[in-house]
Design a protein around this ligand. Structure first.
Ligand SMILES: [Zn+2]
Length: 110
């Protein structure tokens, strides 16, 4: 048994394993070309997924911001609570979007 490194995550693995225990990349009997194709496909899917999440985050942000600025809240406990919820949703959408931007940048750099 020899130790080699996974072409996807670069972690040390045995050359006898069929799938990488770290990132689940399947090797099987596939050629280096197959592995490359699988990798670029995985990468594409991951980027696509991150972009979808970004869109969702923007949507959440817009909906939250709409309720923060357009909502007509009464100055009582319920109104304040609703305002705070809208504000929280807006903040959450913004933070999620920022995190996704960083993740997309990192994923593209690889
Ligand atoms: Zn791996």
């Amino acid at each position: 048994m020899a130790i080699t490194s996974c072409p996807a995550c670069s972690k040390p693995i045995s050359d006898k394993v069929k799938t990488c225990p770290h990132c689940n990349l399947a090797f099987g009997d596939s050629s280096a070309e197959d592995i490359q194709r699988k990798l670029s496909h995985q990468r594409y899917q991951k980027l696509h997924q991150l972009q979808n999440q970004s869109m969702l985050a923007i949507l959440i942000f817009i909906v939250g911001a709409y309720f923060v600025f357009m909502g007509d809240y009464e100055n009582n406990e319920k109104g304040i609570l609703m305002y705070n919820i809208a504000l929280g949703v807006t903040t959450l959408g913004f933070i999620w979007y920022a995190i996704n931007r960083v993740r997309i940048t990192l994923a593209k750099r690889k």
